[in-house]
Ligand binder design. Sequence first.
Ligand code: SDX
Length: 429
Amino acid sequence: MTDTAELKLDNGETYELPVITGSAGEKAVDVTSLRGSSKYITLDPGYGNTGSCLSAITFIDGEKGVLRYRGIPIETLAEKASFLETSYLLINGRLPNKTELENFQSEITIHTMLYEDVKSFYDGFPRDAHPMAILASVVCSLSAFYQDEEGSPEEVSYLNSIRLMAKLPTIAAWAYKKSVGHPFVYPNNSLSYCENFLYMMFGLPVEEYEIDPLLVEVLDTLLILHADHEQNCSTSTVRIVRSSMANMFACIASGICALWGSRHGGANQRVIEMLQRIREDGGGTKKFIEMAKDRESGFRLMGFGHRVYKNFDPRALIIKDKCAELLNKLKVSDPLLDIARELQEAALADDYFAERKLYPNVDFYSGIIYRAMGIPVNAFTVMFALGRLPGWIAHAKEYTEDPKNRIGRPRQIYTGPEQAEYVPIEDRG
Ligand code: SDX
């Protein structure tokens, strides 16, 4: 079998391009040399057919609904691993042994505090600031506190990655405290990663906060499920910002901004808002299914559809079960879960969604769990960011360590006027 592809151009010239095969057999035509030899570029708005890199971190088979981190199925990690163990796996390329995991955990634990000066930044934000705005701003501001570090660029990036892992839960919990006007709760380094986050979110100086192990377990699983997803919008953003040699805080802040949008991580907030809207409308899903099918309506079924998955998102399957389990154990019933289930059933039975292979994605059920945990709706995307952080770090690291890396710089096909005259302002109509 040939490992080249032939490209015949409109000028009659033919080019032979290498075909690259991934470890799971996926194929790519390597066009790296195309412009240099032919002056042609490839055009792929939205990058639906474009591989931006070779990566050994995460594998997705969207047709089969498969997701693996460093070769390990997501279902196995969700059942057996912890979030920090998964983070180590993503960042370092293999599972840690006991000592390595303990060292990783204690490295992260000693960096959980923020500079007291960072705390004062929160005073400048309005009470109703979106927590993603605070998260991105405070993360980027950390670059002002950690400058001129000693060591190789790899060592500096590693230390700053540890700082980010340690501090993001503190930054996120304080954004919530700001929104409810409560005093900030400092991290408690005797607690685990997820315990500490819940403690900083919901603890108060006036009373004991009892950390519910069930919530810790569910949160840990949710973070694992969100930890990486190969070249999604925010991760590609992190890689491209890193390609300019920007520092790790700037890179991660850019990832947070990209994640915020409603087509990406922001969808988890929109799902709950949509379910609430359906409930207020009487609970019937038919009208909303019809609206989602009508492009002109501007309404999308939030938490549905995916660029890569053309079958069930395996994370959605796990989250759906976790959601039912959590509500059951907490003995709470959420009418939004019933609406979500009905909406899913109605959509999957509808030709429009079947033909376009639109299934529930990771965001469809996660919000119901966050609600049950007491997390406010506008902080749902912050929860996604907490989970995605090790993935962003792993991709920034992989990019940095690639000896062939180059600045990310797509080309374009220009469609404006070829040349235009400068008309003096007094002569313009
Ligand atoms: C995440 O990429 C990742 O890996 C992301 C993520 C990660 O872990 O990083 O998995 C996390 O971002 C999940 C996605 C969260 N977003 C939403 O739930 C928002 C709702 N969904 C979409 O807007 C949409 O499905 C996207 C953004 C997720 C995917 O967009 P694509 O790949 O560009 O798909 P498309 O818009 O080209 O859709 C194909 C067709 C179109 O119809 P036609 O023009 O062919 O007639 O399906 C339709 C779309 O109009 N369609 C939908 C729909 N999603 C797609 N119709 C109604 N409701 C929807 N949700």
